[in-house]
Design a protein around this ligand. Sequence first.
Ligand SMILES: Cc1ncc(COP(=O)(O)O)c(C=O)c1O
Length: 390
Amino acid sequence: MATNLIAQFERPAAAVPACAPVSLLDLKAQYAGIKDEVLDAVHRVLASQQLILGPEVEAFETEIARYVGTQFAVGCGSGSDALLLTLMALGVGPQDEVITSPFTFGATAGAIARLGARPVFVDIHPETFNLDERQVEAAMTMRTRAIMPVHLFGLPANMDVIIEIATHHKLPVIEDAAQAIGSKWNGRSIGTLGNFGCFSFFPSKNLGGAGDGGMITTNDPQMANVVRTLRAHGTRRKYHYDLVGINSRLDTLQAAILRVKLRHLDEWTEARRRNAVRYRELFAEYDLLELILLPGNPDASFHVYNQYTIRAPQRDQLIVYLREQGISTEVYYPSPLHLEPAFACLSYGTGSFPHAEAACNEALSLPIYPELTAAQQEAVAYAIARFYSH
Ligand SMILES: Cc1ncc(COP(=O)(O)O)c(C=O)c1O
């Protein structure tokens, strides 16, 4: 099918897209555009020598709360710690269960397991890669303490149904929003829909620092206070310990850099979304829409494309072919969490979550970063079309 179209689109040799290498992400391109602003922010912090918490972190917390639309935002050391601190604040521990997705980064379930609680997985929707909300109720037991949907790749999970179930069962919802800052469900920003939003500022995220960082958003003043205490050794007054906490403060230098980047986030998100539209057009031109499955984008959702993840037949051969053409891709994720050794004690087996398992064999993330050029995207689409024409 793609063969004819390749012939039709075949250009003279000189006009064949020759933009390789195309990397999965080009943070140097982003830095080049904001270097002066970032260096100013770094110098400001170094000049102040206020290196732990302080006004930069407070200002960034206020800005994130405003951006996301919650009353409170509490910075912490990473997205993983945002999840951990939230679960700690809820008192989740041994004998407790938290419902989440098996098709996610390990930290989602890891945060639950680190507290001695049990991650209870439900399968995903094959089109969106997100937890299948219709299976949540069946996974509940007397021990269920929270629901933790993941807004994977920047696409919100079905929050209407999840919140309805959680409200009915009086359970808190912890949104793993690590990959999804700026995304919306029915016009409402993720991180405001559940009781807590947990964000990551890992460098590859849409709002990425120059190192690790994380944030918890909530409208609950008491819980905001508890996570704020827990992130700083459980202290509210120096050398007095109200709670058993951890050291997980958002680094002040990171906060200053992230404040700069936050100012550009919406324009970067729009560029990602434009790139997603362009991929669709290119794949349609090459008649690939029945061969590869493009990222799902339900009407209610505003996708921010932290990753542009397709489902592709012969995925592993395609990766090799693209690599030979100088095009980098990544498999998020090669294995579902329930089949990983770290979670073997949960006693799930192969076949427990067929959609998650199938996704691991077919999912392929293509370059989507804001600075990606139209010519680079053409090179990616052209290479994929060529692969399937053989
Ligand atoms: C879905 C998800 N949850 C949690 C995390 C953990 O975030 P961090 O790397 O900031 O600890 C990540 C980071 O990759 C993630 O993608």
